[in-house]
Design a binder for this molecule. Structure first.
Ligand code: PEP
Ligand code: MG
Length: 572
């Protein structure tokens, strides 16, 4: 029997099915003569749960690191949220009923609100609150037996849901994988499983009705595919798939963890491009040196109104907490072109990519820009936040944007709101105008990040969305590459770092050129990091010299490709 879930943690697993029993607590609504004693029970349970969350944090920190351990800090924050628990206590006093029934009801109310959210990140936060309430209820009932694995090795656990606490406590040496009916790819259990390298399938509704326990289960995490009681053919196929998967995965995963060293021994920062609602969860500090591009426009695009300062602040702060000491480059709003938010009511333009987009729009709509800058500045004390302006063409624009930023800083200072004034401010170099003026711009920016996607479009005068012109829209365009070389030279002459954050950053054939230009940072989709690091490790100094010479000598792109192609096959 083959079943599919909505998401999975990559990896193949084969094991014996084990079913985690459902929660045994049944909450009964009882009246009470002494509401204060009920409230005191809750306070004691909260105190004990805070201590437990802290202990889980410490053990997770030692076992799997800060990124995954911080879910227990989040639990502690929920437990310390007086606003939620005072509603529960007020109801106990007003209705004269026991604390557990009110807590159960309020838990269900809040779960229903979060379950309706479109944003998967918010839905998962609802699950966190549910988990915390369930742990409190278990404590109020004198504690539930924790789930432990039965005898045997290679076990696949089937559960309605697994909390991060459950997952942390399971004996990983005997756990081959797990399957849950609830939860999605952004749940903290999923994040923990990813960190621990446990293959899993989440959101496989109805699976508990199909599995009886004791049968063999084959789990393909990446596809979210489960096979129960496989026949001989499925078993043979599984063995072959697992070997292939293991070989490639091990190579790339090991490569992703290592620093990227250029042949001269210099470390090239490899960063992640993020921006979706689940970015704080998606960030994996073990494989990268930070976030090189946080696209903030997705936040504006998934809202039905301008995101408020508070909404933005909480997104940026969560990101800053997730990235910690590693750099978090927050790009200010880059809307317009192919990215629209209906409530902004942007006028129709004949050439939107040449129109009022990105920094142009922000300088026109100062209130929108100010709100965003205030929110970003407020996030600066929580991590290593940097600010980046997109689509800069002239120095005037950069100076104006910095003036608006200075004004936002003055406002926050006057209000006594904390922020870091010395926050680094950089620009995207994604117009030929900025590339040509990069020697001047470099004196006014703390860093450059080359937006190759737009730089190709504007240099080659090719709409990046136009399928017919894709033969012109190429990162191997010689003029684009020469411009990138100039930008790197000018950045370094001014003593500032330069990165590439467009898709070309992870184009394998171009890596020898990026290293030859001395690029300090490459930022890309996290899924590409292992592959890029793997290829960087295979390059020699001689390869870089040959690539740079080929660019000098090439008149047509084919001349350059003839030299780059064999280099990209090295290490395969
Ligand atoms: C770019 O232009 O290269 C870039 C990273 O920005 P976006 O793709 O968001 O325009
Ligand atoms: Mg761009």
């Amino acid at each position: 029997m083959t079943l599919y879930g909505i998401g999975g943690i990559p990896g193949c697993a084969r094991g014996t099915a084990v079913i985690k029993p459902a929660r045994t607590i049944t909450v009964v609504r009882r009246s009470t003569e002494d509401p204060e004693a009920e409230c005191a029970r809750l306070s004691r349970a909260r105190e004990a749960a805070v201590a437990h969350a802290e202990a889980c944090y410490e053990s997770a920190l030692a076992e799997i690191g800060e990124d995954s351990a911080k879910i227990f800090r989040a639990y502690r924050e929920i437990l310390s949220d007086d606003a939620f628990f005072s509603v529960v206590e007020e109801r106990v006093r007003a209705e004269g009923v026991c604390i557990d029934s009110v807590l159960e009801e309020e838990k269900q109310n809040i779960a229903a609100v979060f379950a309706q959210q479109d944003d998967p990140y918010l839905r998962e936060r609802g699950t966190d609150i549910e988990n915390v309430c369930n742990e409190l209820l278990a404590a109020l009932y004198g504690g539930e037996e924790p789930f432990t694995l039965p005898e045997g090795d290679s076990l696949v656990v089937f559960a309605d849901d697994l909390t991060p606490t459950d997952t942390l406590k399971l004996d990983k040496a005997r756990l081959a994988g797990f399957v849950t009916e609830r939860g999605g790819a952004t749940s903290h259990t999923a994040i923990l499983a990813k960190t621990l390298g446990i293959p899993a399938i989440l959101g496989l509704e109805g699976v508990l009705g199909q599995v009886s326990g004791g049968e063999t289960a084959l789990l393909y995490g990446e596809e979210g595919r489960l096979i129960l009681s496989p026949d001989g053919e499925a078993l043979a196929q599984f063995r072959a798939d697992r070997e292939r998967h293991a070989r490639r995965g091990a190579r790339l995963a090991a490569a992703a963890l290592a620093p990227a060293l250029a042949p001269d021994g210099r470390t090239v920062h490899i960063c992640s491009n993020l921006g979706e609602a689940d970015s704080a969860q998606a960030f994996d500090g073990a494989i990268c040196d930070g976030v090189g591009l946080l696209r903030t426009e997705f936040l504006y695009m998934r809202c039905e109104h301008y995101p408020t300062e508070e909404e933005q602040f909480s997104f940026y702060r969560d990101m800053a907490l997730a990235t910690g000491e590693k750099a978090l480059i927050i790009r200010t709003l880059d809307i317009g072109g192919d990215k629209q938010a209906p409530y902004m009511d942007l006028p129709c333009e004949d050439n939107p990519f040449l129109g009022c987009r990105a920094i142009r729009l922000c300088l026109e709509r100062r209130d929108v820009f100010q709100t965003q800058l205030r929110a970003i500045l407020r996030a600066t004390p929580f991590g290593n936040v940097k600010i980046m302006f997109p689509m800069i063409v002239t120095l005037e624009e950069l100076l104006e944007a910095k003036a608006v930023l200075a004004q936002a800083m003055d406002e926050l200072e006057a209000e006594g709101t904390p922020f870091r004034r010395e926050v680094e401010v950089g620009i995207m170099v994604e117009t030929p105008a900025a590339a040509v003026l990069s020697d001047v711009l470099a004196r006014h920016a703390d860093f450059f990040s080359i937006g190759a996607n737009d730089l190709i479009q504007y240099t080659t005068a090719t709409d990046r969305m136009n399928q017919r012109l894709q033969y012109l829209y190429t990162s191997s365009n010689l003029s684009v590459l020469r411009l990138i070389r100039v930008v790197c030279k000018n950045a370094h002459a001014a003593g500032i770092p330069v990165g590439i954050c467009g898709e070309a950053a992870c184009e394998i054939p171009l890596l020898p050129l990026w290293l030859a230009f001395g690029v300090d940072e490459l930022s890309m989709a996290p899924s590409q990091i292992g592959l890029v690091k793997h290829h960087i490790a295979a390059l020699s100094g001689e390869d870089l010299r040959r690539a740079a010479e080929a660019l000098d000598g090439a008149g047509v792109i084919a001349d350059l490709r003839a030299v780059l192609a064999p280099l990209s096959e090295k290490g395969l």
